[in-house]
Structure formats: structure tokens, C-alpha cells
Design a protein around this ligand. Structure first.
Ligand code: SAM
Length: 248
């Protein structure tokens, strides 16, 4: 059987592709792309002439068995998405799961990932974090989702569409409070890269005052709830003291 390569591509700056990614894309029998036209630009730039086919959300059910057949017949397949690491808020999960079920080898060709790049520059605790991908588009659903993370002490990472950034920050302030620290990471690795760390209320003002901040690709990194943490510690401390008191 062939191998399934999960190949990371750049999130903006084409120089971020790895030599191993180029070699893998050149030597694979087929490149499965989220969008063949988007990837054609990248493949042309690196002079990669491997045949491509489409693998996305809408054809994953029908394409998965076909790709598994090809792998079983000995062909190797490289999966890429429009940008960054496949499967991270991108298609690929069903194919990788099916490959495991069939005993087909899956190989990561590592590289750019927007949420990891954002976390690495956010200046917020990076020892524990939760990646939450895209929030619901409508405020009602977004507030409900944010509420479920309100007490989480880990750093939270979100992907957000530029036209929703103001509404998103507004809802975050309503749920997390305006003082919670956050870092807006916009257009990472590109010409207008912006990394801005401020309390949520000030971050909203910053975005409102400059319409450029409402464009491009955005990762929002939000500090965890450290108050929950200290409250818990305080409760434990009170309990310990109470246990040491003589009984009435
Ligand atoms: N698979 C990709 C990855 O590894 O990061 C993510 C794909 S997801 C469909 C696209 C979202 O990722 C964008 O809406 C944005 O939130 C984030 N993103 C991608 N590239 C980015 C960049 N250069 N700067 C900031 N955010 C980016």
C-alpha cells in the first residue's frame, strides 16, 4: 500500500514551505487539495507537476473510499489544504481516520499552523491551551459557546473572520469582562502582520479605530480565567483552616 502524507503549506509567506514538503508533493502520485485552483498557485510557484484532485467538506464522503482504494493499490497521496496544516479547521479527518482503519500509514509533513504561530507570539500562558477553532457566526450561539469557556483557566485560541471581529470582541467582553488580556494576531507571516496584546476592552477600541484591523486573517488568543484559579486556591486554603479549628 501507499502512504498518506499530511502536508502543511504556508499560511501566507511562501518561504515558510519546507524542503520536505516540496519533495513530498513532487514525489507523491496524487495531491488531494481542498481547492485545486487555490493550490495550483502554490504548486506552480514551486514547479510541482503532480496531478491534483479535490478533497473538501462537500465531497469527503464520496472521495474518501476512492482515495483509500488508490492508497491500497500502492499509490501515495499527499493531502494539502488552502493554507497551513490540514485537519486544523480544515478537511482531512475522515480520510485520516479511514486510513488508520485500513492499516494505511499516515505521515505528517510538518509546517505552518496559524494557531501555533499565534500562541508562540501572544505573550499569554502557553503551557496549557484550548484551541476552539471558529466560534458560531451568530451572537446568540457565540455567547453560549463563550460562556461554556468562561471559567477555563487555560489560554483560549480562536479563529475569527475579519467581518465578525468587532461583534466577536464585543461578546467576549460581555462574557469574559473587558479586563481579560487578549492578543490579536492578524495576517501572520504576511506584509501587514499585526500582533497586538491588550485587555479586551482596549483591543476592541484598537480594532474599531483602524478599519485595516477589520481585514485579513485573524487568530484571537485570549488569556484563561486566572480568577477561577485563585478562587479555588482560596477555597482550599479556607477549608484547610476550617479543618484545623477545634470543633464547636
Ligand atoms: N489549517 C489552517 C492552519 O493550519 O492554521 C487554518 C485553516 S482555517 C480554514 C483559516 C483560518 O485560519 C483563518 O480564518 C484565520 O482565522 C486563520 N489563519 C490562517 N492563516 C492566517 C494568517 N496568516 N494569519 C492569521 N490567521 C490566519
Amino acid at each position: 500500500t501507499g502512504l498518506l502524507y499530511i502536508v502543511a503549506t504556508p499560511i501566507g509567506n511562501l518561504s515558510d514551505i519546507s524542503q520536505r514538503a516540496i519533495d513530498t508533493l513532487k514525489s507523491a502520485d496524487i495531491i488531494a487539495c481542498e481547492d485545486t485552483r487555490t493550490s495550483a498557485v502554490l504548486l506552480k510557484f514551486f514547479n510541482i507537476n503532480t496531478p491534483t484532485l479535490a478533497y473538501h467538506e462537500h465531497n469527503a464522503d464520496s472521495q474518501t473510499p476512492k482515495l483509500i482504494d488508490k492508497l491500497q493499490s500502492g499509490q501515495s497521496i499527499a493531502l494539502i489544504s488552502d493554507a497551513g496544516t490540514p485537519l486544523i479547521s480544515d478537511p482531512g479527518f475522515r480520510l485520516v481516520r479511514a486510513a488508520h482503519e485500513q492499516g494505511i500509514g499516515v505521515v505528517p509533513i510538518v509546517g505552518a499552523c496559524a494557531m501555533i504561530a499565534a500562541l508562540s507570539v501572544a505573550g499569554l500562558a502557553s503551557d496549557k491551551f484550548s484551541f476552539l477553532g471558529f466560534l458560531p457566526a451568530k451572537s446568540h450561539g457565540r455567547i453560549a459557546a463563550l460562556n461554556s469557556w468562561q471559567k477555563c483557566s487555560e489560554t483560549l485560541i480562536f479563529y475569527e473572520a475579519p467581518h465578525r471581529i468587532i461583534d466577536c470582541l464585543t461578546d467576549m467582553i460581555a462574557v469574559f469582562g473587558g479586563e481579560r488580556e487578549a492578543t490579536l494576531c492578524r495576517e501572520l507571516t504576511k506584509t501587514f502582520e499585526t500582533i497586538k496584546k491588550l485587555p479586551l476592552a482596549q483591543l476592541l477600541e484598537f480594532v474599531k479605530q483602524d478599519s485595516n484591523q477589520q481585514k485579513g486573517e485573524i487568530v484571537l488568543v485570549v488569556a484563561g480565567n486566572t480568577k477561577t484559579h485563585s478562587t479555588t486556591e482560596y477555597d482550599e486554603w479556607l477549608l484547610r483552616i476550617a479543618q484545623e479549628l477545634p470543633p464547636k
